[in-house]
Design a protein around this ligand. Structure first.
Ligand SMILES: [Zn+2]
Ligand SMILES: [Zn+2]
Length: 102
């Protein structure tokens, strides 16, 4: 059985287990690579919906913004099904879904 290394927060030296992720375009190839972040170092939920530039760095001083201009969102009918988000209680405050009135 192969054990994947636990993902780490993008901020080097941050030991907090990441709770969220977004995608960054991999340099040179048409693929994307996941970027993981803990609560304190997550970009905005809107920003995380976009694919970011290869050189994107989420500057701690600019959070929840990042240093790049993310790629535009694909047309709605091409949006892949998003993975199920973690439990709401496990999301950074600025990622919390709006309260439902049911
Ligand atoms: Zn962190
Ligand atoms: Zn970015």
């Amino acid at each position: 059985m192969i054990t994947q290394p636990a993902p780490a927060c993008w901020l080097v030296g941050c030991a907090t287990p990441p709770t969220v992720q977004w995608r960054r375009r991999a340099a040179g190839i048409g693929d994307t690579t996941p970027v993981y972040a803990c609560h304190a170092h997550a970009i905005s939920l809107d920003g995380a919906a976009h694919v970011h530039q290869p050189a994107c760095t989420a500057d701690p001083a600019r959070l929840p913004s990042c240093s790049c201009t993310p790629e535009p969102l694909p047309p709605a009918d091409e949006v892949p099904v998003a993975p199920a988000p973690p439990a709401a209680a496990n999301l950074p405050p600025h990622w919390a879904p709006p309260p439902t009135s049911s």
